[in-house]
Ligand binder design. Structure first.
Ligand SMILES: [Zn+2]
Ligand SMILES: [Zn+2]
Length: 366
């Protein structure tokens, strides 16, 4: 094992430094040692060292591993190797913002594999489809590598004369921190570093074509408004051998005429007559899992709540079923016929239960 310098030492911070301190130390050192700025011989290796230290310490799980095992944490089996840290997936740009145009990692950014773009489509589901899951076929345009030119974009490859094959145009820029070199994508070759004597007619130089495709989609039970399903690799084609992007399907769930949904619980308002409320009644209730009989006790009131455990919706990730709640709504008749009116009057003249709320109210009458 070669002796490697301590990551904290490299960044000049203490072992207890927080994220902000780590980031700020890295920023300052990267500005100082970036090979575009610092022309000293060891600047590049120093810069790599700084990047490596930052990549490990800025990631909480890597930092924990490092704190526990030191450099050995990354020497085998942990996704690292002795030769150093793999930066290809590490995004340094967020700490600098794009204005710096620093070219981190590989100096030939143009030839780096880049993941294709993701896209999102919306899908409307009925309440039942969302609750029980469904199989659907969607018809979409999927990007594919052009078969005519093997995704190259043309025939008769030539090195781009404008950027001399680097894919980038370099410009010097003065700023508060000194002179910086910014690199922008070459407009002549779109950063590819090469042009063609004949542009592919099928893909017009894009390297990819859109193919209309039917895709079978299995929607899991329990999805809700705004949930997304990922169709891996169905998005845009990656660049330079990078993986394809993904397509996300976002669900829009229609309301049910009877059931109201709250996460995995279902609410149902049950209208009953004043007689049923007073005397009690057994009622058939529709649920997602068939009808059940609910016993409504005598003296039920509007707003009374009955819980049917496990009769709700299965949660899409935990697979746990929610509950169903039946909310009683007592209907007071407003279109009594003559006979009913007489009966109600008779009823009213009996010694009807006088609730304490009515008695409390009457206390204030003079
Ligand atoms: Zn083509
Ligand atoms: Zn070029």
């Amino acid at each position: 094992m070669t002796t490697k310098k301590d990551y904290y030492e490299i960044l000049g911070i203490s072992k207890t430094a927080d994220d902000k301190e780590i980031k700020s130390a890295f920023r300052n050192l990267a500005k100082k040692y970036h090979p575009d700025v610092n022309k000293e011989k060891d600047a590049e290796s120093k810069f790599k060292e700084i990047q490596e230290a930052y990549a490990v310490l800025s990631d909480p799980s890597n930092r924990k591993k490092y704190d526990q095992f030191g450099h050995n944490a990354f020497s085998n089996g942990a996704g690292f190797n002795g030769a150093g840290f793999d930066f290809s997936d590490f995004d340094f740009s967020d700490i600098f913002g794009s204005s710096f145009g620093f070219n981190f990692g590989n100096s030939q950014r143009s030839s780096r594999a880049k993941r294709g773009r993701d896209s999102i489509i919306k899908m409307t589901l009925t309440f039942e489809e969302a609750v029980s899951g469904a199989k659907k076929v969607i018809n979409i345009d999927v990007s594919q590598s052009c078969s005519e030119c093997d995704g190259e974009g043309g025939h008769g490859e030539k090195t781009c004369h404008k950027c001399r094959g680097s894919g980038t145009i370099t410009q010097e820029q003065r700023s508060l921190f000194g002179v910086y070199v910014t690199r922008t994508e070459c407009p002549e070759c779109d950063g590819k570093g090469k042009t063609f004597s004949k542009v592919c007619s099928k893909c017009r130089g894009n390297g990819q074509v859109k193919i209309n495709q039917d895709i079978n989609v299995t929607i899991p039970a329990g999805v809700d408004n705004g949930n997304q399903l990922r169709l891996q690799g169905k998005g845009e084609v990656g660049v330079n051998g990078g993986p394809n992007g993904d397509i996300y399907i976002e669900f829009v769930v229609k309301n049910h005429s009877l059931f109201k949904r709250d996460d995995s619980d279902i609410y149902l308002e049950l209208p009953i007559t004043i007689g049923d409320a007073a005397l009690g009644v057994k009622k058939q209730i529709p649920t997602l899992y068939g009808n059940i009989t609910l016993t409504i006790p005598e003296g039920s009131q509007t707003g009374d709540k009955h819980r049917l455990k496990g009769k709700g919706i299965e949660d899409v990730s935990t697979k746990r079923k929610g509950d169903m709640f039946i909310i009683i709504k007592v209907l007071v008749p407003n279109n009594l016929n003559k006979e009913q009116k007489i009966l109600f009057e008779k009823l009213n003249n009996t010694n009807l239960d006088r609730s304490s709320a009515i008695k409390d109210f009457e206390k204030y009458l003079k």
